[in-house]
Design a protein around this ligand. Structure first.
Ligand code: SAM
Length: 258
């Protein structure tokens, strides 16, 4: 993982400083007192690439591409649309409903997991990068500035900081209804600048056929992958591309269990 330090806002309360020290211990990073130093100064002094910043009610990571913080992002509008009777392409691709068991292998900023949780009720979401996992899992548990049904959906997402390949090996056959992958796009979609701060942290390794085979063993109904429209990843990994979203930059592929 990238070299990082943990610090706080300037003039932190005792509780904020204590949380920062706890997180540093948990993640195996150094806690550094903020004093009056800028992020650039802290990075230079400590030779750190990233700073995990503990604020009064939230966490963020200061990366070379900007600050990564938790926010429901597109989940807010997507859930509003679902409540209004509209469809959602991911939910249609996953074919889930209330009570479905969902394994989301690529948490990222958590928007997809929140929408899945709103529909299914409970989601297990995996994230290999410990800084992303910490910031997003803290946000899912503590974010308050949204409507109750969205906050409830956030609280039901269980985040596990683990590599999906390792996790899948530990799962029993057919133990989730559906397994979902949203890997970092093989060819970065530049215009989605909202996720730029995730890029220096996110794991870019491509999915492998072996991991897809494991996912097929673990999924009872189907395995779903999101990739950019026209991606050769669908064919390489054996996914059938779903119709729809002709004008969208992303597409969904599925592998159905017989
Ligand atoms: C494109 S983002 C997912 C975005 C997410 N669907 C959302 O709605 O915000 C991909 C995420 O998967 C994570 N990831 C990549 N490889 C992984 C692996 N082997 N195990 C677990 N997480 C992984 C990356 O670190 C990154 O945070």
């Amino acid at each position: 993982m990238n070299n990082f330090i943990v610090t706080t806002i300037r003039k932190p309360t005792e509780a904020v400083e204590m949380l920062a020290k706890e997180i540093a211990l948990k993640l195996g990073g150094n806690f550094v007192a903020r004093e009056d130093l800028s992020f650039d100064a802290l990075k230079t002094i400590h030779g750190a690439e990233n700073i995990l910043l503990v604020k009064k009610n939230s966490l963020s990571v200061v990366t070379s591409e900007g600050e990564l913080f938790f926010h429901p992002n597109t989940a807010h509008l997507r859930i509003k649309n679902l409540r209004g009777g509209e469809s959602d392409r991911l939910i249609d691709a996953l074919k889930i409903s209330s009570g479905s068991k969902v394994l989301d292998c690529t948490l990222g900023l958590g928007s997809d997991a929140i929408v899945e949780s709103f529909v299914a009720g409970k989601v297990v979401a995996l994230e290999v990068n410990p800084l992303i996992a910490e910031v997003v899992s803290h946000g899912l548990k503590n974010f308050t500035d949204d409507s109750p049904h969205i906050l409830q959906a956030m609280r039901r997402v269980e985040v596990i900081n683990v590599d999906y390949g390792e996790f899948l090996k530990t799962c029993a056959d057919n133990s989730f209804d559906v397994v979902y992958f949203d890997p970092m796009f093989r060819h970065a979609v530049k215009k989605s600048s909202g996720i730029n701060p995730i890029r220096p942290l996110a794991d870019n390794r491509p999915l492998t056929k072996e991991i897809v085979a494991e996912a097929c063993r673990v999924a009872k109904n189907r395995v779903v992958m999101k990739e950019h429209n026209g991606s050769s990843e669908f064919k390489r990994l054996g996914f059938e591309i779903l119709d729809g979203g002709n004008y969208s930059s992303v597409a969904f592929g599925v592998i159905d269990k017989a």
